[in-house]
Design a protein around this ligand. Sequence first.
Ligand code: PLP
Length: 395
Amino acid sequence: MNTPERFSNLPDYAFPRLRKLLHGTEPGGEVVDMTIGEPRHGMPGFVAPVVAQTVDEFAKYPPNEGTPELKAAISGWISRRYGVSLDPETRVMALNGTREGLFNACLALCPERAANGDTPTVLIPNPFYQVYAVAAVAAGAEPVFVPATAETGFLPDFASLPEDVLARAEIAYLCSPSNPQGAVADALYWRELIGMAEGYGFRIFADECYSEVYRNAPPPGVLQVAAEMGADPEKIVSFHSLSKRSNLPGLRSGFVASGPANMAEIKRLRAYAGAPMPLPLQRVAELAWCDEAHVEESRALYARKYAIADEIFATWPEYTPPQGGFFLWLKVDDSEQATLKLWRETGVKVLPGAYLGREVAGVNPGAGYIRVAMVTKDTDELQDGLTRLRDCLAG
Ligand SMILES: Cc1ncc(COP(=O)(O)O)c(C=O)c1O
């Protein structure tokens, strides 16, 4: 009997691959780590007091879907940010960060068969945040990688897919602002995608965990555009996180919002297999969604970082200033060679774009890029790291 190939042929995750690449090579200068998307701006001041005040609640099993207060805080934030009113009991649920939600919602909502009886497809931008692909495979679907390159404005052109692939599509992941490219889906992009989702009968999984890290205007959200169109809410599943918005990646807190039928399915699976957030941490999350001051402060620091990057890379070939998120996606000849050279000669550590893309028909759309996370605590370290990077790789 054949062993089913589900996870056995997954490539190693990006960070172990990076460790292997750099293993045995000494850094050529003081290390500046720009690999992982872990924000190092200060976390909000209310975290410690809230945990201290609610510490006794570690003695209780937490509600799986989030406390009523947390769900109300999430719904309130959605209403203020997007002008959309969602019933907190039926339309939102707390997550332990978006990663688990992006995985588990796919398991909960992807049917075993497409409408025509064939294997369903899950559409994934390429390059992409890696959980999308493993979620598709875990659900027994066929992942279809759709290039999100300079030619397509760094967003996937789902409409270019063959009819057969679209007919079998059950889920399309879209990240906006996108990791790694920093591209933002505008309202027109969302409208066209929502139109396709309704026409072909698939759900949009909108990964909006970078929605509050932007340079000019707030990126439009899928919930807002869908509401304006009067679209079927069951075609929209939106994911948000406190990791990037509130500099709380260790809190493991986010939410999913969708139509009541989808939410019921997601909650049913969570009741069996979910890992709810500890109650004191749900209390912190509740406060975080109610406060914008700390978010604005962090965004102001990102604004200074965008300006520094734009200046340093003004003459970098094909430099595309990120519209949102905190990554630079810089064109190089070969992503692994550039990463290794940079480490060996300067001690600046970045991620090869190849590790974020999948090779399709001999082409990995990440292979000619490096991803640079602008997550340093202060701008001096950023200025120093980016200058060393430019001087090393441009020279
Ligand atoms: C595109 C994208 N989606 C989701 C996540 C997961 O974030 P979290 O689980 O911390 O909310 C990340 C984290 O880096 C990300 O870059």
